[in-house]
Structures are given as structure tokens and as C-alpha cells.
Design a protein around this ligand. Sequence first.
Ligand SMILES: Nc1ncnc2c1ncn2[C@@H]1O[C@H](COP(=O)(O)OP(=O)(O)OP(=O)(O)O)[C@@H](O)[C@H]1O
Ligand SMILES: [Mg+2]
Length: 230
Amino acid sequence: MLLTVQSINVAYGHAVVLKDISLSVDIGEMVFVVGRNGAGKTTFLKTVAGFMKPEKGAIIYGGKQVGNTGPERMALDGVRYVFQDKRVFTNLTVRENIQLAAHPSGERLDSAIEKVVQIYPPIVNFLDSKAGGLSGGQRQLLLLGRALIGNPRLLLIDEPTEGLAAGIIKEVFKVLEQIKGSVSMIIVEQNLSVVCRLADRVYAMKEGRIPAVFSEQREIQDRSRMEQYL
Ligand SMILES: Nc1ncnc2c1ncn2[C@@H]1O[C@H](COP(=O)(O)OP(=O)(O)OP(=O)(O)O)[C@@H](O)[C@H]1O
Ligand SMILES: [Mg+2]
């Protein structure tokens, strides 16, 4: 396994919001987490990315215990976190946004740009425009492209289609489909048609716990059981 999370609890102050969570991701797997607002999905991704430390349990990544490793180290070890808020540097150009990701990863700017253009070719027309002028969907595609810079091993993607128009959701779906298998991913997603078509495994999260895991394709294709957690 690339990542094994074992019975972790995570709290904000005294409020324990993740309780006894276990999850694993193998190399090349695309794993989804579904659940209602406030279930703890973002807190879970933040914890794997190293922004929060579990109070109990263990996180093993690449064969090492990483529960107390901070986000910089996790990023250097190939973890990329695409935040729920789709935030880009609005006053910088698209090219400069890519440059900021390329620099710390050690990847050359031209190959970094090529990666982003490869997953979303129309971005080539916006390289010298301010990223603030991009639509929500275009920002998401830029962020997904940026996450691929510098040979990532694990992508953590928080609600990639949230708030996007139907047409651009299709583009995001195509990108996820295109990169599936080439890098491991944990994706938080409420859009079950995206989940059903891409997932290798689905974890349902409810009130900080994981009451159900769907591992068989037959279970993943049958939306009705997943729907009760949304
Ligand atoms: N910084 C914080 N301080 C205190 N409590 C927080 C903080 N962030 C989140 N919480 C609480 O933790 C719980 C889980 O929140 P989280 O954002 O992880 O849920 P989520 O499943 O991602 O929800 P959404 O679908 O709305 O994004 C919620 O009860 C939330 O109010
Ligand atoms: Mg969230």
C-alpha cells in the first residue's frame, strides 16, 4: 500500500471530528470519499496532507509513519493537495501560477507548462492572462494540472466538480479519467455519476466515521446505497 491510515482520531481543540478512521490507497488507485456537509471529508484530506496531526492511530505513507510530519515534508515526498476553494493567485498570470508550483518541485518551467497544457489544451490561450480572469472550471483545471508537476505520488483532491457548470464538469471528469492509474488519488466528491464511473473503492463518511466501504464494482455501480450517505 502507498498509504495506510489506521484508526485515526482528529480534533479541532476539544472537538473530535474524525473518529477511528481507517483507509488505504494502493499505487495507482483512485479512491473516493463521499459524505454530507460537515462529515469531516476536508479534515481528513488536511490530515493526510500533514496540516493536522492525529490524536491517535497511525498514518503510514511509502512505508514510513508520517502522522507528525508537516505539510512541507509531505509535499516534498510527492503529496499534492488540491483545496476545495479552487484558489489561484488571481493577480499573477497563469504562467506565473504554474511557475510557483514548478520551482519547489524542481521541474523545469517549460515541462511544467506542457503538463498543464496536455491535460487542458485550451489553457495555452491564457498563459499570459491574469489567473483571476479564469472561470471556476478553468481554475480547477489549472489546479489539477499544477498538481501533476514534479512527479506526485498521491493527489488529494477536494470536491473538484463542486459549483461548476455541467459542461466544465465533463472536462474535469475527462482529466481525472486521463490521469487515472498514473498516480494514486483520494478524491472527495458528491457527484455520484463521477464517482460511479471512476472509483476503484468508495468510503462513505458520516459524522466523522466511516460506516461503509464499497469495494466491488457491482456495489460502486449501484448508486442507491451510496446515496443514503449524501
Ligand atoms: N478550523 C476548524 N475549527 C473548528 N471546527 C472545524 C474547523 N474546520 C471544520 N470544523 C468542523 O469539523 C467538522 C468537519 O468539517 P469538514 O470541513 O472536514 O467537513 P466536510 O465533510 O469537508 O464538509 P463540506 O462538505 O461542507 O466541505 C464540521 O463539524 C466543522 O464544523
Ligand atoms: Mg469539505
